[in-house]
Design a protein around this ligand. Structure first.
Ligand code: AMP
Ligand code: MG
Length: 406
């Protein structure tokens, strides 16, 4: 099999993105919408508030009837009834009249202001108004927040509790979201047993399966674990052929140059291999191709390398399928707390802890950057990017860092 040349990280990201499309839309109820992505621009279906109402408990009045009113010279108005929140709007206020009103109740016809209860004597038959109010005082106008038909939210918005509140306020029960990209995950390796299963000599727990399922879910996908395949083309092929209809497949392990590295050959035999090897570290042997219409991301087996290649490559694929912007993982500038050595020919991702300082972000590299050190991942919330072809980075220098929380 011809080995394609290694790509730069930017080339690999572009090559990969070209193979992904946004997933289709589905309607979800508000209680299931948290974290989902809006699939369409939304306009307000009705005015908000839907009717003009009182912002205070007090008396609905005609502002003109309060001209000159004060504590010393209150204006006395006849109380003609009560508008409470939830009432329809039966009353009409005429000259010299007022109505008791509660917060959220519709404003009676003829009234154009509300006087707060605290600025009256609280009377039942007549009321002494101790303040002059301007027209519009303590009133929430129909459509004052947003008018029917005005833009409400844009496609691509990730739904937070605030947006769920907004949708509920407009009277909507469901909203259109992008379907979660179904992402199959296959671990490969003769040495692997499912996490928690008894381990024989030479065996280790499958770390990547659970970790990648969590990463896929964190970045908006719907993970589906296919299990563990052995290091033979037959077993890898069987596992991939058995995969149900999914939007993409992630494999780990078996993409390096060893005698047991079967995954690349299976992708090439079953479909096309778009790239193999990217100028990045960790993660150099990562491969990508298509089997039929299904993109297959073949990540290295080393868990730290799988983790880094997920953030650098797979995240952007999920972002494209979800319609997120930007698609590439956003970076922040951060000052390195200590120098990192660098061989220079590959873009290096240094596991760091990010700290917000008064002067900006600080990136503190994990003490042990060995690729075998999975412990470092639990202390990491950023990946500092050390570009290829530079000799190294000194303490205090600014680097770009990918935030792992998106
Ligand atoms: P490979 O990419 O298959 O050459 O694997 C590189 C290293 O990662 C080897 O030490 C493997 O044992 C280890 N490894 C591969 N897959 C996994 C996995 N799913 N969980 C934990 N370690 C793995
Ligand atoms: Mg292996």
């Amino acid at each position: 099999m011809d080995a394609p040349r290694p790509l730069s990280v930017a080339e690999a990201q572009a090559c990969l993105l070209a193979r992904f499309r946004r997933a289709d839309a589905e309607a979800v109820i508000l209680s299931a919408a948290l974290g989902r992505t809006l699939a369409a621009d939304i306009t307000a279906p009705r005015d908000l508030p839907p009717f003009t109402n009182s912002a205070m408990d007090g008396y609905a009045v005609r502002a003109i009837d309060t001209v000159g009113a004060s504590v010393v010279h209150p204006a006395t108005l006849a109380v003609i009834g009560v508008h409470a929140a939830g009432d329809a709007a039966p009353l009409t206020i005429r000259a010299g009249e007022a109505a008791v009103i509660t917060t959220g109740a519709p404003l009676p016809a003829g009234a154009d202001a509300v006087v707060r209860l605290e600025e009256t004597d609280g009377g039942a038959a007549t009321v002494a108004i101790r303040v002059a109010v301007a027209s519009g005082t303590n009133i929430r106008q129909q459509g004052g927040v947003i008018r029917a038909g005005a833009p409400l939210l844009h496609a691509g918005t990730r739904i937070s509790p605030g947006e769920i509140g907004l949708f509920a306020a407009t009277g909507s029960a469901t909203l259109p979201v992008v379907r979660r990209p179904r992402t199959a995950i296959l671990s490969t390796g003769n040495e692997l047993v499912p996490a928690g299963a008894p381990m024989g000599p030479g065996q280790i727990p499958d770390t990547n399966g659970p970790m990648l399922a969590a990463l896929v879910a964190q970045f908006g996908g719907d993970p589906l674990f296919l299990g563990i395949a052995r290091d033979t083309p037959e077993d890898v092929r069987r596992a991939l052929d058995a995969a149900p209809d999914v939007d993409c497949i992630i494999t780990t392990g078996g993409v390096s140059v060893g005698a047991y590295d079967a995954v690349r050959a299976v992708i090439a035999a079953r479909g096309t291999l778009d790239f193999w090897r990217v100028q990045m570290r960790p993660g150099h042997p990562v491969a990508f191709g298509m089997i039929g219409a299904t993109p297959v991301l073949a990540l290295p087996g080393n868990p730290v390398a799988a983790f880094v290649t997920f953030h650098v490559l797979v995240r952007s694929a999920l972002a494209r399928m979800l319609g997120w912007s930007p698609e590439l993982p956003p970076t922040i500038p951060a000052g390195l707390t200590r120098a990192v050595a660098h061989r220079g020919e590959q873009q290096t991702y240094v596991r760091v802890r990010l700290r917000a300082m008064p002067t900006g972000w600080e990136a503190d590299p994990a003490a042990d950057q060995a690729v075998g050190n999975i412990f470092s991942l639990s202390e990491t919330d950023g990946l500092a990017v050390i570009p290829a072809h530079i000799p190294g980075i000194g303490a205090g220098e600014i680097v770009q860092a990918i935030r792992l929380d998106g």
